[in-house]
Ligand binder design. Structure first.
Ligand SMILES: Nc1nc2c(ncn2[C@@H]2O[C@H](COP(=O)(O)OP(=O)(O)OP(=O)(O)O)[C@@H](O)[C@H]2O)c(=O)[nH]1
Ligand SMILES: [Zn+2]
Length: 362
């Protein structure tokens, strides 16, 4: 029996299945559905699902607001799939890139009755697979038999939900000395989550005292800013300034969290950039895609700090949410150290939006 997949394994498998365009079977005690992510869907699979029964296209309330679809279930909306709707219609519901060109997709009808817990689970899974948050969902009878005969992953709601809500435990896998421009006494530690999601890194500079607040930065991955030197954000200069300050002080710890695009992934961040080119700001673009302003999980940061033996930080940030998440998850923030660098003509609006809408302090 120990060779059988655990619930964590099944969740990881479901994430990959959804990314590949495969359906997964989600079960509750008295109902079951087949769920597919819209993003990798093809016409053949859409037609196969349609042949099974009534299909709903489930999106987040954020996306439904843009689509002007009725929201009966707080955070999600279940849009009826019209009988003549083809794949391009389904994808246009999920993907806002052509919203301005073709604003009217309706009239859209939303389902009102029935249980939404499995729909909510489907959206959480699709988000954790870093896909556009939209799923094609259809009820399925005899789920165990159906899944077995089609070779599909089955996830029971009661077991999957708590795992999706909590942050997966992280384990150190390797560490080595890493001399850097900012500090020769550097050490890079790699942490791997149990749920098969992205690894995160800690860069320790010098030998910080575990009994005093450590100069710390929680940096979220930004391929465009960190690597390409994008002028649209301030990430690259913040990363380098934080390391430089740690180097000057002789000690510190920088966590590099692989939560690209405030947790929506690089592909979705590029979709957000393309909406920004159409005139929406950074927060509006996330909402039109169906995401919240910030989908990151900062509990990861405190988990890594605790594993490294730290309990108190002097946090380099302008983001009050990072401070409250640290405090809530057992790391005390002895001091906020402001980090204002890298303002350009291209990111002035972005920084102003973060100050106005996300409470950033400057
Ligand atoms: N979705 C989205 N993400 C963005 C955009 N611009 C930058 N990002 C991401 O935003 C994150 C910025 O991370 P941080 O600099 O750690 O966080 P912050 O919330 O600005 O807080 P501090 O820098 O600590 O003040 C990175 O993951 C970037 O990839 C954008 O327009 N849309
Ligand atoms: Zn950036």
């Amino acid at each position: 029996m120990s060779l059988m997949p655990t619930m964590i394994d099944l969740l990881a498998r479901a994430r990959v299945d959804l990314r590949m365009g495969l359906p997964v079977v989600l079960t509750a005690p008295d109902s079951a559905v087949l769920a597919l992510a819209v993003e990798p869907l093809d016409s053949a699979r859409l037609n196969s699902v349609r042949a099974l029964g009534p299909v709903s296209l489930t999106v987040t309330a954020r996306r439904a607001e843009t689509l002007k679809a009725r929201i009966y279930d707080d955070d999600i909306a279940r849009i009826e799939l019209p009988s003549d709707a083809q794949l391009d219609w389904v994808q246009a519901i999920a993907d806002p890139s052509d919203d301005l060109k073709t604003p009217m997709k309706g009239p859209l009808r939303s389902h009102r009755d029935g249980d939404v817990a499995l729909h909510r689970l489907a959206i959480a899974l699709v988000k954790s697979a870093r896909l556009l948050p939209a799923a094609v969902i259809c009820p399925v009878a005899h789920p165990a038999q159906f899944a077995k005969s089609h070779g599909l992953t089955v996830l029971p709601l009661a077991a999957a939900n708590p795992l999706l809500m909590e942050s997966s435990p992280l384990h150190p896998v390797a560490a080595a000395r890493l001399p850097m421009d900012a500090a020769e006494a550097g050490r890079l530690h790699i942490y791997r989550p149990e749920d098969g999601a992205e690894e995160h890194y800690a860069i320790e500079i010098g030998k910080p005292d575990r009994n005093a607040p450590v100069l710390a930065r929680l940096h979220s991955a930004c391929f465009t800013g960190d690597v390409l030197g994008s002028l649209k954000c301030d990430c690259g200069p913040q990363l380098r300034a934080a390391l430089a300050q740690m180097g000057t002080e002789g000690s510190g710890v920088l966590l590099y969290l692989n939560q690209e695009g405030r947790g929506i992934g690089l592909a979705n961040k590029m979709r957000a950039y393309s909406l920004q080119d159409q005139g929406f700001d950074t927060v509006e673009a996330n909402h039109r895609l169906g995401f919240e302003d910030d989908e990151r999980d900062f509990r990861l940061g405190s988990a890594i700090l605790k594993q490294l033996g730290f309990s108190s930080v002097r946090l380099l940030t302008n983001n009050p949410n990072k401070i409250s998440m640290m405090e809530k998850t057992g790391i005390s923030v002895a001091e906020r150290v402001p980090l204002r660098v890298g303002e350009t003509d291209f990111n002035r609006g972005y920084l102003a939006t973060k100050a106005a809408k996300s409470g950033h302090l400057f």
